[in-house]
Design a protein around this ligand. Structure first.
Ligand code: GTP
Ligand code: MG
Length: 218
């Protein structure tokens, strides 16, 4: 995968402030706070500080857009956007703030037409938590194409990774080969993630449901 440029574009506080980018395909990162969403963007683009990361959960507060120009073939140039969303499940943020974010995330996932794929990130060190499972099921219900990525696998042994992948597959009713084991620390799973992203670009964008049959997350 040849990346020509990768740059931060804009942060939007909610869906209605998001520019439309002429339908440029969007790859959206969701997952619990601190799971490694922003680090995933940096790893895929091989840019150390493109997306802001932090040890303190709750770092990403807005809907952040990153513009990626890449070369899909000889002499060609194409664009996609990575969209970094705030994490869920961070207890130290006030209830009001959490509610606001949940609403923003729901609106974005439900209504944004340019979403090509949702990348759901889950910490490989733990079994999927209730809110991970709930999120996954809700994304399915919304008809979104989802790729599950287990993060921080550099913190586990090879055996433990295999065990956690199997556990996650069982919890989400997936096949183990559907899950990407990933580390932003040493870029394990980076190539697989790009293959999946490029495959998603060939797939037709799932049509989104009308707002009338909206069912909230959780
Ligand atoms: P929020 O924006 O708060 O929702 O967090 P996030 O999901 O964007 O997480 P972020 O990428 O900021 O990473 C959180 C912390 O985990 C940082 O200290 C990262 O350096 C660390 N981290 C992320 N990915 C990995 C990984 O694959 N391996 C290891 N060892 N650490 C990681
Ligand atoms: Mg972040």
């Amino acid at each position: 995968m040849k990346i020509l440029t990768a740059s931060y574009v804009i942060s939007a506080p909610s869906l209605k402030e998001c520019p439309d980018f002429q339908g440029c395909p969007e790859f959206v990162l969701v997952g619990r706070s601190n799971v490694g969403k922003s680090s995933f963007i940096n790893s895929l683009t091989l840019r150390k500080n493109l997306a802001r990361t932090s040890n303190t959960p709750g770092k990403t507060r807005y809907i952040n857009f990153y513009d990626i120009a890449y070369a899909p073939g000889e002499g060609r140039k194409a664009k996609m956007l990575f969209v970094d969303l705030p994490g869920y499940g961070y207890a130290k943020i006030s209830k009001t703030e959490q509610e606001k974010w949940r609403h923003n995330l729901e609106a974005y996932i439900t209504k944004r037409e340019s979403i090509q794929l949702v990348v759901q990130m889950i910490d490989a060190r733990h079994a999927p938590q209730d809110n991970d499972i709930q999120m996954y099921e809700w994304l399915q219900y919304r008809g979104r194409a989802v790729q599950v990525v287990l993060t921080k696998i550099d913190k586990l042994s090879r055996n433990e990774v295999a065990k956690q992948v199997a556990l996650c597959a069982r919890a989400l009713d997936l096949r183990t080969e559907d899950i990407i084991a990933f580390s932003a620390e040493n870029n394990t799973g980076r190539d697989k993630s790009w293959v999946r992203i490029l495959k998603a670009l060939q797939e037709e964008r799932p049509s989104i449901q009308s707002p009338e049959d909206e069912e909230p997350l959780g």
